[in-house]
Write a protein that binds this ligand. Structure first.
Ligand SMILES: Nc1ncnc2c1ncn2[C@@H]1O[C@H](COP(=O)(O)O)[C@@H](OP(=O)(O)O)[C@H]1O
Ligand SMILES: [Mg+2]
Ligand SMILES: [Mg+2]
Ligand SMILES: [Mg+2]
Length: 354
């Protein structure tokens, strides 16, 4: 067995199972949205997916820690919300019985569910085996029927070794043209739903996210950019997460005329890794915001294993060993290795003039 093959299998199946739950939530009218302290939304889908994934990790790798985005305190007070999530979690399993067994089976009780959610409380750091989990990345995209991703990565001694990204609303076809988030037309109909994954040193792959899809793994590679003026940029939909103005100035300096493709979540990393887009820029809007490790860990590895380079806007590799945030980084520049330095130079030039 190759290194981390069991971790990869568990990660892929756990992401696949969690995506069954998030899709179900999307198709129900009431998504059980609550606002967190920072005013960002969290839904019953985020909580349910976190519970299912941590359950699978703890059953398979009891000594591992998890840095998960969500925590259960709201649910301990709000029993209506808690019970809605429990009904979902209880009813979600993989259709393949052997795979379900590999994940360790169902969550046993409401209390076990709350405890699983709260087990995502690791402080992170540079020692040992720590998983980074974003049960729904791009919650705003999820709510509007756009892109979102179920994101899971294993870090060992602060370095990402395994990454899995489930993107229920991206096309399965790696060569499908990239389309900007445009709302309700991107729902998870047949033909939609892709799972990207990577193991350090072993390349990156994509496959259908749906049942049976795990056997259809294909290697993915970034597209060579022979003429930078023809490159396609991906950026956040939310102008508060990445500066659209700075992106436009950088594109103009590189003489890129194609409009950027705006999409929520780490689906941007997956899309450039398979050559549907070329460059992902995340340009800091606030001087104080620290990026969260769960928003980047899986995507960083998948892009690098597909032939890309990922740094921050100052050219430093993303450092996942600093705790729950990328405390030593500012923004993200992800591009094919051959053109990364060209893009980075222009990013530095534009940002230094501000
Ligand atoms: N001011 C800010 N700057 C950058 N990212 C931010 C931010 N505020 C929130 N985010 C993060 O942006 C993520 C979405 O990224 P994107 O814009 O690429 O879709 C959110 O993930 P969640 O949706 O999991 O909360 C959240 O963690
Ligand atoms: Mg969030
Ligand atoms: Mg996120
Ligand atoms: Mg999230």
């Amino acid at each position: 067995m190759s290194t981390y093959s069991r971790e990869l299998e568990v990660a892929e199946l756990a992401v696949q199972r969690a995506a069954i739950l998030t899709k179900k939530v999307f198709h129900e009218k009431a998504k059980g949205t609550v606002s967190k302290d920072d005013k960002s939304p969290v839904t019953i889908g985020d909580f349910g997916a976190q519970a299912l994934i941590i359950q699978a990790i703890k059953k398979n790798f009891p000594g591992d820690e998890v840095v998960g985005e969500e925590e259960a305190s709201t649910l301990r007070d709000n029993h209506k919300l808690r019970d809605e999530i429990w009904a979902l979690v209880k009813g979600t399993k993989l259709t393949d019985a052997d795979s379900e067994k590999l994940l360790g089976g169902p969550v046993e009780s409401v209390d076990a569910m709350l405890n699983a959610i709260d087990a995502g409380n690791s402080a992170g750091g540079s020692k040992g085996r720590i998983w980074a989990l974003d049960p729904i990345d791009g919650t705003k995209g999820f709510l509007r029927g756009g892109q979102y991703a179920v994101c899971l990565a294993l870090m060992v001694d602060g370095e990402v070794k395994v990454g899995a990204l489930g993107c229920p609303n991206l096309p399965v076809d790696d060569s499908a043209p990239l389309t900007a988030d445009s709302g309700m037309d991107q729902t998870d109909a047949e033909g939609k739903g892709v799972l990207f994954s990577a193991v350090f040193g072993q390349g990156a792959t994509s496959r259908p996210l749906t049942a049976g899809g795990l056997a259809q793994s294909k290697p993915i590679h970034m597209k060579p950019v022979n003429d930078i003026t023809q490159a396609t940029f991906c950026e956040s939909v939310e102008a508060g997460h990445s500066s659209h103005g700075d992106q436009a100035a950088i594109a103009a300096k590189l003489q890129i005329t194609k409009p950027s493709v705006r999409m929520d979540s780490q689906s941007k990393y997956g899309s450039i890794a398979r050559g549907a887009g070329d460059i992902y820029l995340r340009l800091p809007v606030s001087a104080t915001y620290q990026e969260k490790i769960w928003d980047h860990a899986a995507g960083d590895l998948i892009v690098r294993e597909a032939g890309g380079q990922v740094t921050d806007t100052l050219g430093r590799r993303l450092d996942f060993s600093k705790g729950r945030t990328l405390a030593e980084n500012k923004g993200v520049v992800a591009a094919p290795s051959a053109v990364h330095s060209i893009v980075l130079d222009v990013v530095k030039e534009v940002l230094s003039k501000k």
